[in-house]
Design a protein around this ligand. Structure first.
Ligand SMILES: Cc1cc2nc3c(=O)[nH]c(=O)nc-3n(C[C@H](O)[C@H](O)[C@H](O)COP(=O)(O)OP(=O)(O)OC[C@H]3O[C@@H](n4cnc5c(N)ncnc54)[C@H](O)[C@@H]3O)c2cc1C
Length: 512
């Protein structure tokens, strides 16, 4: 018997397990594989996912092992045309602390596994879920292990079991979408001699298509990607010889050699969305719920955001909150997945068009945008969001992600980031004033209340001095106000505090 059974120890399942473990939820993770996967697959951790990594306590390790601002060198066969770092769109704005980090999926998963161990969680490998049956009060799950069949009863089951999800099939949800039969890629993790590792190398030509070699940080491997010609009805299976031949044909660098490979693959692009994310006590998250083109680097990132959205809601309901809170998971996350599917498909077509035109820079530009950072994802129409009156033109609005900014701790003068205040499983109420504290002491655990004031004489615990007004500016505070922030660091509501009574005029989305 367990409260939550997570099926699948990929990035989605691991992020969810970390989030639940830090909230003290009884949770088990099982995976049919005998151990962690080693193929690189995703290699970009987007800014919003880095903010989740910050909250889950793994950001330092990610920044230590990953690389930022990796330049791309464009070639015309053996001749270098240009070398530049693609601007990390949106990340130079105030309130955005992290630019995209390049780190291979297996290394990020290792960081999450280490964190899960620290939090007291563990993964049972070699355990394949075979049936999932929901009976209203609980879910009965059968599993096949090396020693035979086992069963477990869980209050909730989360299918984080990837694109071929058995959990999805067991609950009768279906993936709906299309397969882009003519968008296929040879992929692999290879070792290369004779190539500069400080940048990504990219060859594009209307004649041969795309070839790229990306140095995977923290390893001696390169991720190899080569497009398969659209008119090839029957592409050959990937092999070291094939990859060497493609390198010679498309790159023409005779002094560069692929020495060996750890992973060789042929990848076909499907774009699909599950028709529902939940049946009763069983939920889908990550690739089990949505799969799409890797253009824009969204798959792993979207799965982790799913987990981050679901974790606090499951913990709240297990702790006594009304079960209707769980309905908001699909309401909030399925539209995001739909938008990711559309965006990544549009990017794929843009890249293929740029390739036909032989324009490598356009292709590279087509891979990133404000949307891919994950920072623009918002839940303005969620039942958990209190909309502002039409007359209120605040730039930072309920439903938006809570931005970061810096203030100062009274007494010590130490810098305090808003993200320091948000980090952890609690809700946060930020009250903003320019000299008169708001009476917020009646609200306590699980709500952290912080007074953010420009009054430099203010002291005491729970006070942050906004000496130069940066936090007020980033949150677009124009009068004394309160901002209520959810555990996944989205703004639930904001409202003015009336100067005469110091009462908030509206604050309907209380944690209860
Ligand atoms: C070539 C390539 C490049 C990519 N590039 C990017 C990128 O740049 N950025 C990005 O964000 N994403 C990228 N992705 C997508 C990313 O790899 C996936 O979105 C991500 O792995 C999904 O994570 P997940 O945890 O949902 O599922 P998975 O990683 O698929 O994990 C599912 C887990 O469930 C286990 N499992 C399956 N069935 C069962 C069962 N019945 N019982 C128990 N366990 C089970 C599996 O063994 C597996 O460990 C790329 C993918 C590919 C293939």
């Amino acid at each position: 018997m367990t409260d939550v059974l997570i099926v699948g120890a990929g990035p989605t399942g691991l992020a969810l397990a970390c989030d639940l473990a830090r909230r003290g939820i009884d949770c088990r993770v099982v995976d049919q594989a005998q151990g962690p996967g080693t193929a690189s697959r995703a290699k970009t951790i987007q800014p919003r996912t880095l903010e989740v990594a910050d909250d889950l306590g793994v950001i330092d390790r990610v920044l230590e092992l990953g690389a930022v601002h990796v330049p791309t060198r464009h070639y015309d066969r053996g001749r270098v045309i240009s070398e530049a770092v693609e601007a990390a769109i949106g990340t130079s704005e105030p309130g955005v602390p992290y630019a995209p980090v390049w780190l291979s999926q297996p290394m990020f998963e290792q960081i999450l596994r280490d964190r899960l161990t620290e939090l007291g969680g563990r993964i049972t490998w070699g355990t394949a879920v075979t049936t999932v049956q929901e009976d209203g009060d609980a879910v009965e799950v059968s599993m096949r292990t090396a020693t035979g069949e086992q069963s477990i009863t869980a209050r909730y089951v989360i299918g984080c079991d990837g694109g071929r999800s058995l959990v999805r099939r067991q609950i009768g949800a279906t993936l709906q979408g299309v397969s882009y039969g003519d968008h296929r890629w040879w992929l692999g993790d290879v070792r290369v001699q004779g190539l500069d590792r400080h940048c990504q190398h990219l060859w594009m030509s209307p004649e041969h298509g795309i070839l790229s070699l990306f140095p995977l940080p923290g390893t001696n491997l390169w991720q190899f990607q080569a497009s398969i010609p659209a008119d090839d009805p029957n592409p050959v299976q990937p092999s070291l010889d094939l990859f060497r031949r493609l390198l010679t044909e498309r790159a023409g660098l005779l002094d560069v050699t692929i020495t060996d490979a750890d992973w060789l693959s042929l990848y076909k692009i499907n774009v699909c969305l599950a028709d529902r994310y939940r049946i009763g006590r069983v939920f889908l998250a990550g690739d089990a719920a949505h799969i799409h083109s890797p253009a824009g680097g969204q798959g792993m990132n979207t799965g982790i955001q799913d987990a981050y959205n679901l974790g606090w809601k499951l913990a709240a309901v297990l702790g006594g909150a009304g079960p209707a809170l769980l309905d908001t998971y699909e309401l909030e996350r399925r539209p995001v997945a739909r938008a990711v599917l559309e965006d990544s498909t549009a990017r794929l077509h843009a890249v293929m068009r740029a390739t036909r035109d032989g324009d490598g820079s356009a292709a590279q530009r087509g891979l990133t945008g404000d949307f891919t950072t994950g920072l623009t994802i918002a839940y303005p129409d969620s039942p958990l969001t209190t909309p502002l009156p039409d007359s209120d033109s605040a730039r930072v609005r309920p439903g938006d992600r809570a931005p970061d900014a810096e203030g100062v701790q009274p007494g010590s003068g130490r810098t305090v980031r808003v993200f320091d205040l948000l980090r952890g499983p609690h809700w946060t109420l930020l009250t903003f004033d320019r000299g008169h504290p708001a009476p917020c002491s009646t609200i306590d655990d699980p709500l952290r209340t912080v007074r953010i004031t420009t009054d430099t004489k203010a002291t005491g615990p729970g006070v942050v001095l906004d000496t130069d007004g940066q936090i007020h500016r980033v949150y677009d505070i124009r009068e004394d106000s309160a901002v209520l922030i959810r555990p996944d660091n989205y703004i639930a509501t904001r409202s003015p505090i009336r100067p005469d009574t110091h009462q908030m005029t509206t604050c309907t989305a209380q944690p209860s």
